[in-house]
Design a protein around this ligand. Sequence first.
Ligand code: ACM
Ligand code: ZN
Length: 525
Amino acid sequence: MKRGLFIALLAPLLGFAQLPDLIPAPKKMEIKSKTFTWKAGMSFYCPPAFANTPCKLTLWGLVHQYKESSTGKADISVTALPKIPGYHSEYYKLSITPKQIRIAAYTDTGVYRACMTLWQMLPPDWAQTRVTGFTLPCVIIEDQPDFSYRGLHLDVCRHFFPVSFIKRYIDAMAMHKYNVFHWHLTEDQGWRIEIKKYPKLTEVGAWRNGSQKGRYAEQRFDSLRYGGFYTQDEVKDIVEYARQRYIAVIPEIEMPGHSLAALTAYPQLSCNGGPFSVAKGWGVFDDVYCAGNDSTLAFLKDVLSEVLTLFPSKYIHIGGDECPKTRWKTCPKCQNRIKTEGLKDEHELQSWFMQHMEKWLNTRGRSIIGWDEILEGGLAPNATVMSWRGTEGAEAAAKQGHNAIMTPGKPCYFDHYQSKDSTEPIAIGGFNSLEMVYKFQPISKGIDSSLRHFVLGAQGNVWTEYMESEAHVEYMVWPRAAALSEVLWTGHGGNFDNFKNRLPADMQRLKAIGVNYAPHLGSKP
Ligand code: ACM
Ligand code: ZN
């Protein structure tokens, strides 16, 4: 018998417990002898500093039919740590003794991260069964993340997913201590957010008369009307749902490219006036917002004005990727803008456009994120670069003193294949196995150690051209997003074999909250 298995079988008999299968792994975990027995009717205490935390504990489902106590001697007790210089807002200490579960944190964010750790120690389906009488190992966990930006993205434009799905996506993110949901809301293939001043964006722009089917090369389409959008009330509901789980929602409103759905609704925003139709197929399209037209800029500011009322996030993502310059080259208005602004070419025109929008957002207290193309033609002064065509964009941004987020196609694109098995569902191409994700180093070789603080973190991207169903999206995301969560929390991919051993428990937890996953480890890199 393998030694590990022998210990696992014997441990409960001898009164020690096994290490819990936590993902992401905590920074420091010390296991003690003895156990804590989870009882019915336990009491809990939260200090006034976290005044609204008790109701949140209930909300998160961690405390159920338990009594609120006015003393720290409660069965589950939270302590507010006095803030010291350099404290980490997400730090927590979770101590489990035979008598008590104690959480200490500086902020309620820290309390929440501790709760997610504790939740992972309960039976996976505890939220459904509410069983009692099981034991938890006595441990002392001290924990905090390495990266402040731990993101997961979702494209709801190529395929649309309802509010219930988005909430489940956020639940699974929260369980893995992600803290940013990047919501890709506008595209060539559909505009997905209600804008009251421009109703045609959703009346017209949210719908297409067919979708591409099968492999890209087949160029096969159906003719079914397809679409959908989120009302502003639904957006607010999701932003609040995420906030309660300590996840910021960053909306992406794409400009100047990937804008065909908006141009279909309002063709006067283009260079040549259209007419256009919302794209059925995948790819990059030549028709983009006219950068020479002042009313196009006014439109985008109107849209962003409404977006700002819905999203309290520090960052607004304004796209900037894959914008062909074909139309701008022959558009009198765009050419006039190049002349009057003293710009060298169309790349500088794009840069002028992004800087114009950045300035407008900065005066409203927000910062922009853009895809790494925003480096071309000159970076907007306060922009954060999302590096997707490799890590070079982030490296260049850091050298210029700008913040960056790593989302290199390899291995952060979860729309790529995870396995070489011929039965895998069609994916966009590429290959990013679970192990490749786990071994990802967000601080690439091109980031000098003196510049590493410019790398805020990383993100997994989920473009949904080839993902029509909720189950399919989840299949592509999990467990790769679990691997990335550990990279971002611990700062490095640790030992893949050790991660693999903890994964079955994580899959059970995903299953318990109704999230699908790839039930295999993918192919070797
Ligand atoms: C991208 O994948 N076009 C950012
Ligand atoms: Zn133009």
